[in-house]
Design a protein around this ligand. Structure first.
Ligand SMILES: NC(=O)c1ccc[n+]([C@@H]2O[C@H](COP(=O)([O-])OP(=O)(O)OC[C@H]3O[C@@H](n4cnc5c(N)ncnc54)[C@H](OP(=O)(O)O)[C@@H]3O)[C@@H](O)[C@H]2O)c1
Length: 236
């Protein structure tokens, strides 16, 4: 349980981030979400931030610290896709996805780690994807950004592991959100046939794993990649 902990979830206004924020609120945590638009779920503090902009993160995190106290748990969830095949992928398609998904995690974790180091306690949870290790045609930018998070969490574990800080990756498969709703129906059906569980997951099924990683029960887990994919990526 994360009761009383100060938690920040990036991209907490919708999708998986919103479910994660709501679950932490239900556990009694003090929860802030960053959002470019909209609001986090009931019981959260919403602050404006764009994860591609370090200055906006700094302003947002300072506001969270003033309102809720030092940040103890950070969930780097904000992410985008710009899918297309390699030969059609522009420099901007590649750079913007990496800057948001991987660079965004770098900026928010760097800012959050200051307080964690002082407290000698912290939880860093990076939302990756099954395709980071499995690969996916048409997603060279996205898969690169998501596999980069694995090296990130493992390096952070080696840097800060002795200071009571853990860093883990959660790798969702297909989750029912705006991101998957945008896929054609036939594509969705094809994916479901390839998933051993035979279905997509709810965002809440990802949230439960994230809150568990932030709990005392997971204190000795760091540098791990936890799949939440119905068996899709087994061994990857
Ligand atoms: N859905 C899936 O099946 C699936 C599977 C594996 C992994 N994931 C990962 O899970 C995470 C959440 O995905 P989702 O499906 O919930 O996506 P989503 O519904 O599309 O929401 C994405 C969130 O990221 C925020 N965001 C995007 N760019 C941002 C930026 N530059 N600065 C700040 N916030 C930004 C969005 O904010 P705005 O609303 O303001 O745009 C939104 O809150 C992503 O990292 C995604 O890659 C999703």
């Amino acid at each position: 349980m994360s009761s009383g902990r100060v938690v920040v979830v990036t991209g907490g206004n919708r999708g998986i981030g919103r479910a994660i924020a709501a679950r932490f609120v239900a556990e009694g945590a003090k929860v802030a979400v960053t959002a470019r638009s909209g609001e986090g779920p009931e019981g959260t503090l919403t602050v404006r931030a764009d994860v591609t902009d370090a200055a906006s993160i700094n302003i947002a995190f300072s506001e969270i610290e003033r309102e809720l106290g030092p940040i103890e748990v950070v969930v780097a969830n904000a992410g985008i896709t710009k899918d297309t095949l390699l030969l059609r992928m522009s420099e901007d398609d590649f750079d913007s996805v990496v800057a948001t998904n991987l660079g965004g995690a770098f900026r928010v974790v760097k800012r959050a780690s200051k307080g964690m180091l002082k407290a000698r306690w912290g939880r860093v949870i990076l939302i990756s994807s099954v395709v980071g290790l499995y690969g996916s045609a048409g997603q060279i930018n996205y898969a690169s950004s998501k596999s980069g998070l694995v090296g990130f969490a493992r390096s952070l574990t080696r840097e800060l592991g002795s200071r009571g800080i853990t860093a883990n990756v959660v790798a969702p498969g297909f989750i029912e959100t705006d991101m998957t709703a945008a896929l054609a129906e036939e594509t969705q059906a094809e994916y479901k046939r390839s998933i051993p569980a035979g279905r997509f997951a709810t965002a809440d099924e990802v949230a439960g794993v994230v809150t568990w990683l932030a709990s005392d029960d997971a204190a000795y887990i760091s540098g791990a990649v936890i799949p939440v994919d119905g068996g899709l990526g087994m061994g990857h």
